[in-house]
Design a binder for this molecule. Structure first.
Ligand code: PEP
Ligand code: MN
Length: 333
């Protein structure tokens, strides 16, 4: 539940409330606005202590949060803007993240970084650790790949997003990346989620392809509960009976999530498409539905890409997506 304190409360009074929350076995979170101070009382059964807090003179009102997620709830905060070294995600504009599915070589990463930057991207994507269905498929370049990404991004002035699949990799990834990507297959890897809660880099959390919106938000809550609230949600398609695309992009997740959470929402149109012909329409639908960013697989020669070539767009196609997506947003302003 959220306690809204009366205007003009003192530090001493805030501390008294905080101590009472702790004494009752819950954990407090404070948010100081221009006018009001809010206290979030975290604990599944916190609401049973409502009467105790009502008796505090400085408590103006009490708002129960019935949802199991609290810190990521829109009841707690209206909107979050995640600042990635000057690139603001959630500010109303679309942030473009682009690059290959897998990092391949330094030359090729440099070339892609320059190309996507020229087309309008501000964040370079690429996997150095790859979650592949087959153990015989390319598994990624590991730390070498992270170095290539960092070098290419620094040269071009881009930021880096790349995936960590386990806690060991996370320790390495945070040394090179500006945003840590948690893949769809790890959305409910609770130990990894908790570990991400302790890092000081934003986390892009991809929705598991068989997970509900509630489960998605609970995973974000896992990260937030350990202290890191710089979380970006990513809708990347779910499993349905459709056999024409790789996954079904859940466009409805955008308006639904916007209602439920203050976290920014990025859409990955590449993985649901599974075919580069469908990437643009899905990206534009996401732009129209209010996505805060698009993360797209781009390669100068997709046929030669080490992974996901079929859904990887050519640089010219990416440029068109950026132009049209921005135009759609202008139109909707
Ligand atoms: C990727 O971004 O290349 C990837 C593997 O994504 P996902 O976890 O959504 O499948
Ligand atoms: Mn991929």
């Amino acid at each position: 539940m959220i306690l809204t304190l009366k205007t003009g409360v003192t530090e001493k009074e805030i501390n008294e409330i905080k101590n009472k929350v702790k004494e009752l076995g819950y954990s407090p979170e404070i948010s100081k606005g221009l006018d009001k101070t809010l206290v979030l009382v975290k604990g599944e059964r916190a609401i049973i202590s409502r009467d105790i807090f009502e008796s505090f003179e400085i408590v103006e009102s009490i708002t129960p949060i019935s949802e199991p997620y609290k810190l990521v709830s829109r009841k707690w905060k209206k909107k979050s803007i995640i600042n990635v070294g000057g690139v603001k995600i959630g500010s109303g504009n679309i942030v473009f993240m682009a690059g290959p599915c897998s990092v391949e070589s330094l030359e090729n990463t440099m070339e892609i970084a320059e190309t996507v930057k020229a087309a309008g991207a501000t964040i370079l994507r690429g996997g150095a650790f790859k979650p592949r269905t087959s153990p015989y498929s390319f598994q990624g370049l590991g730390e070498e790949g992270l170095k290539y990404l960092r070098k290419a991004a620094d040269k071009t002035g881009l930021k880096v997003i790349t995936e960590a699949m386990n806690i060991e990799q996370l320790k390495l990834v945070v040394q090179y990346a500006d945003i840590v990507q948690l893949g769809a297959r790890n959305m409910q890897n609770f130990e990894l989620l908790k570990a991400c809660g302790y890092v000081d880099k934003p986390i892009l959390l991809k929705r598991g392809f068989s997970n509900t919106i509630k489960e998605f938000l609970m995973s974000a809550e896992y990260i937030a509960s350990k202290g890191n609230t710089d979380i970006i949600l990513c809708e990347r398609g779910i499993r349905t009976f459709s056999d024409y695309v790789r996954f079904t992009l859940d466009i409805s997740a955008l308006p639904v999530l916007k209602k439920l959470t203050h976290l920014p929402i990025v859409v990955d149109p590449s993985h649901p498409a599974g075919n580069r012909d469908y990437v643009e329409p899905l990206a534009l639908a996401a732009a129209a539905a209010g996505a805060d960013g698009l993360i797209i697989e781009v390669h100068p020669n997709p046929q030669k890409a080490s992974s996901d070539g079929a859904q990887t767009v050519y640089p010219d196609q990416f440029k068109e997506i950026v132009r049209k997506a921005n135009a759609i947003r202008e139109l909707l302003k």
